[in-house]
Write a protein that binds this ligand. Structure first.
Ligand code: 13P
Length: 252
């Protein structure tokens, strides 16, 4: 079911003590806030247990992971399985972030397997897609995003697809301070909804949550979220500051 979500992707930031401080500030702040959206925090995997303890205690934060193995279990040193995440009360998991595609060579095929593992374990994948600057400049952005979605998602059944959240994150906007304009975000989100409608049906398209990510902050969130096809945000830098993240959560 389509819902508004604000998710914080902490990436590889914060020591344990700093992470604990941030979570506790978030929980205190969110308890007092009148937000209407679902709030998800995706800390580094090591801190999931701590964040989950804080978040679940008060029921104000859902926990997301930043990555998952495409394998079920076994001899895969250093990997974390979807079943392990589920056993730590993880509800969401980011898949296919552009940083993982770029630095760790993740492909659409591999991402499809990760999503399969997550769905088997009742965890909502937050599937990231988005074009590079040169692809935007060459006018190929619709094509690029369509391919990312088609190759990783469109073999799933309508029922399975209903559990997937999509995050449009233009790579040129990530960590650059250069946000997509509200028009650019709306245009792409409407396009994504259109291809989902063409592949599945109207109901599935309408029920899909599509988040925007890329230099979304306390100042521009309201304008971005006001668009009919923008259902929230996947927030990097601004999710590391409790006050800013709470402002974004309250931007609907
Ligand atoms: P920034 O908000 O720091 O641009 O990062 C966005 C992002 O990559 C979220 O996944």
């Amino acid at each position: 079911m389509r819902k508004n979500i604000v998710a914080g992707n902490w990436k590889m930031n914060k020591t344990f003590q700093e992470a604990e401080e941030l979570i506790s500030e978030l929980v205190t702040g969110l308890e007092k806030s009148r937000h209407t959206c679902e709030v998800v925090v995706c800390p580094p995997a090591l801190y999931i247990e701590m964040a989950s303890d804080y978040g679940h205690e008060e029921g104000v934060i859902k926990i997301g992971a930043q990555n998952v193995s495409e394998y079920e279990k076994g001899a895969y040193t250093g990997e974390i399985s979807a079943a392990m995440l589920k056993s730590m009360d993880v509800d969401y998991c980011i898949v296919g972030h552009s940083e993982r595609r770029k630095y760790f060579g993740e492909t659409n095929k591999q991402l499809a397997l990760k999503i399969e593992r997550l769905l088997e374990n009742a965890i909502h994948p937050i599937y990231c897609c988005g074009e590079l600057l040169e692809e935007r400049e060459a006018g190929k952005y619709f094509e690029v995003v369509e391919k990312q979605i088609e190759e990783a998602l469109f073999h799933f059944s309508k029922e399975e697809f209903g559990n997937i959240v999509i995050a449009y994150e233009p790579v040129w906007a990530i960590g650059t301070g250069k946000t997509a304009t509200a028009e650019q975000a709306q245009e792409m989100h409407a396009f994504i909804r259109r291809i989902i409608r063409n592949k599945y049906d109207e109901e599935t398209a309408e029920n899909t949550t599509i988040l925007y990510g890329g230099s979304c902050n306390a100042k521009n969130a309201e304008e971005l979220f006001a668009n009919p096809d923008v259902d929230g945000g996947l927030i990097g830098g601004a999710s590391l500051i409790a006050e800013d993240f709470i402002k974004i959560v309250n931007s609907f």
